[in-house]
Each structure stands twice: as C-alpha cells, then as structure tokens.
Design a protein around this ligand. Structure first.
Ligand SMILES: NC(=O)C1=CN([C@@H]2O[C@H](COP(=O)(O)OP(=O)(O)OC[C@H]3O[C@@H](n4cnc5c(N)ncnc54)[C@H](O)[C@@H]3O)[C@@H](O)[C@H]2O)C=CC1
Ligand SMILES: O=C([O-])CC(=O)C(=O)O
Length: 347
C-alpha cells in the first residue's frame, strides 16, 4: 500500500525516477480485481498485469482465479500476482479469508463482478442479481481496505454506486473521494465515433460524457469537440449510438454477454489514471461520483483526481440547446435509478 506519505511527495518531485522508486516494497501499488475470472475481469487483469503503474495484482472471483493468476504470473512484468477464491469456513480464519487476502493493502479495487445483459434486457434488469453481489464485495472493502479507491463496473452502475456508498456509510467508512462508477467506456465510444465521423485519429479526441451509464442517462457533449461538424441528423445519430453503444454489442454477441474487451480497456485506462493520480499527478477524467452539480446525488462529469482520489468536480458549463433537451429527459430517470440503489441498502 502506498501514498499519503512523505514518499509520495518525493515521488512527484522526482517524477522521471518514479519507475525505480515505486517498485520498492513499502510503496507498492496494489490493485484488486473482483470478478477477475469473468469476461471483463480476465482481459482487465491482463492489462493491469502489463501496467507499469501496478506492483501487486490481486485477482478475486468465486471461480477460476487460481488459474487466472497462475497464468498471468508467467508474464515477465514487474507486478506480483495473487489469485483468491472465497474460502470455506476455517477456524480461526473466519469465512472470508480469501476476500480478506485479496483486498488487504489495496490502493484501488475494481469491481466487474456480476451478470451481464442478454438481448432484450436493460441494465436495470440486472439489478436483482448484481445489487447483492456488489453489496457483499463492498462490505469486504469496508472491512479489509477502507481507504482504497473503489471503481464500480458492475451494472446497473447508476444504482450499484449508490449501493456501494450506502454500504460504506453503514460501516462508517464512506469517503466520497474514494468511490466512482466507471463510465470510461462511454467516453471511449464517443471518441471512436467522432474520430470515425471526422476522419480523425480517435486517440486525439476527448469527448466529455456526462450523466450516468444507461441509455438516455448517457449524454455526450459533442458541441464541445473543437472542429467537429455534424448535420442535425448526424448529431442525433451519433448521440443515440453513444447512449446505446452497449446494446449494439449485446445484440452482436447474440446472447453471449455484453462488452468485455472494450470495457477491459476502459477499466484499465481508468485504473491507471487513478494510480497516477494517487502518486501525485493531476488527472482529469469523467467518472460517476457523488456530486452537487445537478439535482442527482451522483453524476458523471469531468473530475480531477489527485493523491486523495476525487479532488474536484469541475463545473459543468453551458449545454447546447440540443444537449439541454437530453439533459431534461435524463434527470428523472437517473434520479430514480440512484434512489433504487439507496433504498436497496436502507430497506
Ligand atoms: N460500466 C460499464 O461500462 C460496463 C459494465 N459491464 C458490467 O460488468 C459486469 C460483468 O460483466 P462480464 O465480465 O461480461 O460478466 P461475466 O459473467 O463474464 O463475469 C462476471 C464475473 O463475476 C463473477 N462473480 C459473480 N459473483 C461474484 C461474487 N460474489 N464475487 C466475486 N465474483 C463474482 C463471476 O464468477 C464471473 O467470473 C456486468 O454487470 C456488466 O453489465 C459491462 C460492460 C461495460
Ligand atoms: O451494455 C451493457 O450491458 C454493458 C455496458 O454497460 C456497456 O457496454 O456499456
């Protein structure tokens, strides 16, 4: 476990030397992936294993993680790899020693555990199964790594993030700076679609995507992309495609799940950025966090991350008339999904 120490200041002051400094044991950056044997979890774990920002990679799932971790451990990158399952009750260890070992000392916990959609389902249809999975895993975080940054991928993100917050509150360890829903895939999609439309390299595009992570609660602000030009019909098409990009993949996979590879990439980008920020770099990226920008208690928008996690939620600025229409449509839906998550834990 690293950060919040004199060593952190030393690291940011000596930025070019970071690689050699942070590989020492006392400054290890530990990332835990919960749901690591799944469609997202495996490629996400692979990308984390390759990341120079990660020193310890911890893979946790209810199945398969010893194999995933053993496999990854043969890759010649500097990070160590741990694979853990929930263990049977073993006195005096208690029932959760697998999760405990997976989580202890973690700086970032990424959670892609839970069931994915099939064609015809909304993300909200996953609530009944995934709400309790997220609840249980975040209870583990509250007990075993209360200071870690928790990044929620499991859907419905608009409800699972509030669930996580309520669980952490119940345990008296909620820190809004250390909890975020991962909406990076929406930004990746918007960048790709604008790049393709304009004939630009998508890596040079950075679209701001606000709101939440489900259908019309996803609002890409294409009016802010310098030089991008759309007819009204094109703008409508690219907006709706971004909002329903997940459905496009679900339909193409035809019953075999939802986005996994692009999500693993997006989850890795988010995690690496958070690690860089915890080490002292200032990073701005969109994330779904507790926010007072709007009437919704949680809202995705550009957020400045630093060594304490979320350092500042940037002002939203003016929306175009077209974006304002979508914003007004989104708000009741987003607030309802947030409330559903809050009520699940409070009931
Ligand atoms: N935030 C986003 O942008 C996106 C979110 N997702 C969501 O991510 C989630 C995972 O998707 P996939 O990886 O495709 O599903 P998957 O079914 O391939 O993998 C899920 C993994 O979670 C594990 N799991 C289930 N219960 C668990 C528990 N209690 N503890 C630990 N692990 C547990 C399963 O064993 C499985 O290995 C879904 O809810 C999906 O909707 C998917 C794509 C994008
Ligand atoms: O669509 C889904 O169910 C998975 C997801 O969140 C996405 O791909 O954006």
């Amino acid at each position: 476990m690293i950060f919040n120490s004199l060593a952190t200041k030393t690291i940011s002051a000596l930025r070019p030397a970071v690689r050699s400094i942070h590989s020492t044991a006392s400054q290890n950056a530990k990332v835990a992936v919960l749901g690591a044997a799944g469609g997202i979890g495996q490629p996400l774990s692979l990308l984390c294993k390759l990341s120079p920002e990660v020193d310890e990679l911890s893979c946790y799932d209810i199945v398969g993680t010893p194999g995933v971790a053993a496999d990854l451990s043969h890759i010649p990158s500097k990070s160590s790899t741990l694979g853990r399952l929930p263990s049977p009750v073993k006195w005096p260890m208690g029932p959760n020693d697998g999760l405990k070992e997976a989580l202890e000392g973690s700086d970032v916990v990424v959670i892609p555990a839970g069931v994915p959609r099939k064609p015809g389902m909304t993300r909200d249809d996953l609530f009944n199964t995934n709400a309790s999975i997220v609840q249980t895993l975040v209870e583990g975080c509250a007990k075993f790594c209360p200071d870690a940054m928790i990044a929620i991928i499991s859907n419905p993100v608009n409800s699972t993030v509030p669930i996580a917050a309520e669980v952490l509150k119940k345990h008296g360890v909620y820190n809004p700076k250390k909890l975020a829903g991962v909406t990076t895939l929406d930004v990746c999609r918007a960048n790709t679609f604008v790049g393709n439309h304009m004939g630009w390299d998508p890596k040079d595009v950075d679209v701001t995507v606000i709101g939440g992570h489900a259908g019309i609660t996803i609002l890409p602000l294409f009016s802010r992309v310098d030089g991008a030009k759309f007819t009204d019909d094109e703008l409508e098409a690219i907006t709706v495609r971004t909002q329903f990009g997940g459905d496009e993949v679900v339909a193409a996979k035809a019953g075999a799940g939802s986005a996994t590879l692009s999500m693993a990439y997006a989850g890795y980008l988010f995690t690496e950025n958070v690690l860089k920020a915890l080490r002292g770099e200032e990073i701005t990226q969109c994330a779904f966090v507790e926010s007072n920008l709007t009437e919704a208690q949680y809202f995705a928008s550009p957020v400045k991350f630093g060594k304490n996690g979320v350092e500042e939620i940037l002002p939203l600025g003016e929306l175009s008339a077209y974006e304002k229409q979508w914003f007004d449509k989104m708000m009741p839906e987003l607030k309802k999904q947030i409330q559903k998550g809050v009520d699940f834990v409070k009931k």
